[in-house]
Ligand binder design. Structure first.
Ligand code: HEC
Ligand code: HEC
Ligand code: HEC
Ligand code: HEC
Ligand code: HEC
Ligand code: HEC
Ligand code: HEC
Ligand code: HEC
Ligand code: HEC
Ligand code: HEC
Length: 307
């Protein structure tokens, strides 16, 4: 059997199968060229020329050769029938399978650097597709084809994060000083939770490098994971802490050396610097243990992160 016959047969069977496919996802089989689309979709055409895709359609690229049909697929049948919704053209409607929509974009962007971990992305596995965040024809952020600005784009689905980012202590996301994208890659990342670093600590050190040390007296939970004591988006406790001090410290340290209430024995409060001092004072652990992330102080004081 010749190659042409094979193609004919597969097209024939496809055309039988297509009606059972996802509604709205079906396209035609023959290309007709952008000039034809322009005739009926003039406004869309004009808008497209001003978009990133329109402007950056480098000569020789598929975008240049196939134009509108690079994303919408072959449109000859659509054009012949006078167009219309659901008529032989691939549209990016809500009912169309996310994987199919994504495949259209990945045909060109699959090799782009920010997208190399797309396959592992949580967004992909929960059926979020490129067009949920990007719009080709009516982008609010033109240069990146984004539907809306950050953080509103992300908040449209992540309402809980919006609530957190409004808490008393927070990363200044709403103030515009830091973006979701500074910490996450929405397209996927090698680490968990789409975090843009090998580990949480590596991420934090990028902006809070002084917390990396090296310290002569490191505090083990700090080196282990900043999230032992902090949350990332927002907290009702100061400095993004998971718990108030002293509860935070006491979740790991016992009370023996430092009674924190008036009900415990006075005499158990040990050490020369603290002997005989007001017991209630001990609740503000940070008044004395101020170098909580680690210390380079002389041995006795440094070891216990005391000023
Ligand atoms: C003869 C006129 C005509 C031509 C030529 C034409 N279209 Fe259409 N197209 C229409 C009409 C009419 C609609 C329905 C618009 C509406 O309801 O708002 C439509 C709808 C669409 C839709 C939305 C489909 C849906 O299911 O929601 C897309 C995408 C589309 N056209 C792309 C194209 C592309 C790409 C080309 C060129 C390959 C093209 N059209 C050529 C008339 C045409
Ligand atoms: C880079 C991919 C891409 C190219 C190229 C492209 N489109 Fe689209 N088109 C989309 C996506 C994605 C949507 C879904 C709506 C959106 O994201 O803006 C869409 C939606 C549409 C719609 C439906 C709008 C509606 O109201 O439902 C029409 C009509 C359309 N495109 C026509 C065209 C025409 C005409 C061209 C060429 C001038 C073209 N498109 C080029 C990706 C593309
Ligand atoms: C036919 C190839 C092709 C297809 C299909 C395609 N793109 Fe593009 N896209 C390009 C080219 C070429 C550029 C310009 C590249 C550049 O500047 O590096 C571009 C640019 C972009 C940009 C801006 C990149 C930047 O660096 O600022 C985004 C975002 C984007 N495309 C998203 C999409 C989405 C979403 C789809 C699917 C709806 C899609 N593209 C489909 C070829 C394509
Ligand atoms: C959850 C939202 C979201 C999804 C889903 C998404 N993107 Fe993006 N994309 C973004 C944001 C936000 C940016 C802007 C990044 C920046 O400004 O640093 C972006 C940037 C890009 C860029 C430009 C890269 C750069 O660093 O300049 C390309 C290309 C792109 N996206 C393509 C895609 C493709 C293709 C898909 C589908 C496989 C997709 N995106 C899915 C949110 C998303
Ligand atoms: C300062 C860095 C940073 C910024 C800015 C940031 N995140 Fe996160 N985010 C993280 C880290 C780190 C985690 C992982 C927490 C973990 O591993 O438990 C995370 C986790 C998440 C999760 C998973 C669920 C959860 O609550 O743990 C979502 C969803 C999320 N972030 C969305 C967002 C959105 C949306 C924005 C912007 C409004 C944003 N993040 C801004 C660092 C950040
Ligand atoms: C169309 C809706 C939608 C948009 C827009 C969206 N997300 Fe998501 N995102 C989701 C869903 C659904 C999940 C999975 C939720 C879950 O696992 O509970 C998710 C999960 C995440 C996670 C956790 C990933 C993991 O591995 O658990 C992060 C981080 C995240 N999104 C960041 C972002 C950022 C940053 C933006 C904006 C650039 C954004 N999202 C925009 C729907 C969206
Ligand atoms: C992209 C840069 C960036 C990254 C990454 C980052 N931060 Fe921040 N962080 C900031 C900025 C900006 C502020 C606000 C500083 C200011 O207002 O002076 C801040 C403030 C804080 C504060 C003080 C909050 C307050 O209420 O005063 C804590 C605690 C904090 N970050 C912890 C972390 C932790 C933990 C991580 C890692 C999960 C992290 N940061 C990652 C930029 C970053
Ligand atoms: C053992 C608990 C603990 C761990 C783990 C921890 N922190 Fe903190 N962090 C604190 C406490 C307590 C404060 C409040 C200090 C104050 O109010 O003087 C704080 C304050 C901060 C601040 C704001 C004030 C300042 O010192 O700049 C930043 C930024 C910060 N931490 C970053 C980090 C980073 C980055 C990590 C991981 C490398 C980390 N923290 C790990 C307990 C911890
Ligand atoms: C997640 C658990 C954890 C939390 C929370 C925590 N620590 Fe620690 N801390 C440790 C560990 C583990 C060590 C090392 C213990 C050792 O070497 O015996 C340590 C060591 C110390 C030391 C030095 C002890 C010594 O004998 O050298 C001091 C002082 C200290 N922490 C104070 C605090 C204070 C104050 C807080 C609250 C702001 C706090 N820690 C929160 C786990 C924690
Ligand atoms: C008035 C100052 C002061 C306050 C307040 C204080 N500490 Fe201390 N702490 C010290 C000094 C000084 C040492 C060293 C004691 C020594 O060498 O005998 C020490 C030692 C420690 C040690 C290591 C020795 C041991 O007893 O296990 C831990 C852990 C510790 N403090 C935790 C805390 C916690 C948790 C709080 C808050 C509930 C707190 N401290 C409040 C001054 C203070």
């Amino acid at each position: 059997m010749g190659k042409r016959a094979l193609i004919f047969l597969s097209v024939f069977f496809l055309s039988i199968l297509i009606p059972f496919g996802q509604k709205g996802a079906k396209g035609g089989t023959d290309y007709v060229g952008t000039e034809s689309c322009k005739g009926c979709h003039e406004d869309t055409y004009k808008g497209f020329l001003k978009s990133v895709h329109g402007k950056k359609a480098i000569s020789g690229s598929p975008m240049n050769r196939e134009g509108c049909e690079a994303c919408h697929g072959p449109g000859a049948q659509h054009a012949e029938k006078g167009g219309g919704r659901g008529v032989d053209i691939f549209a990016f409607g809500k009912k169309v399978d996310a994987k199919e929509k994504t495949a259209k974009c990945l045909a060109c962007h699959g090799e782009s650097k920010p997208l190399v971990f797309w396959d592992m992305s949580r967004h992909r596995s929960v059926q979020v597709s490129c067009d949920h965040c990007h719009s080709v024809h009516s982008a609010a952020v033109k240069e990146k084809n984004l539907r809306a600005r950050e953080p509103d784009l992300c908040y449209s689905c992540h309402r809980d994060i919006r609530v957190k980012a409004n808490k008393q202590s927070r990363h200044p996301i709403n103030e515009g000083k830091i973006r979701c994208n500074d910490c996450h890659n929405p397209h996927g990342a090698f680490s968990t939770k789409l975090v843009k670093a090998d580990s949480v600590n590596e991420l934090c050190y990028r902006c809070h490098s002084e917390k990396r040390g090296p310290f002569m007296w490191p505090h083990p939970p700090v080196e282990e994971n900043c999230l032992n004591c902090h949350v990332t988006h927002g907290s009702n406790h100061s400095k993004l802490l998971t718990h108030k001090v002293p509860q935070l410290c006491q979740s790991c340290h016992n009370w023996r050396g430092h009674p924190g209430t008036i009900y415990t024995g006075f005499e158990t409060f040990q050490g020369t610097a603290t002997a005989g001092k007001n017991r209630m004072f001990a609740r503000s652990c940070l008044n004395c243990h101020s170098n909580i992330h680690g210390s380079n102080g002389p041995s006795a004081r440094g070891k216990t992160f005391v000023r």
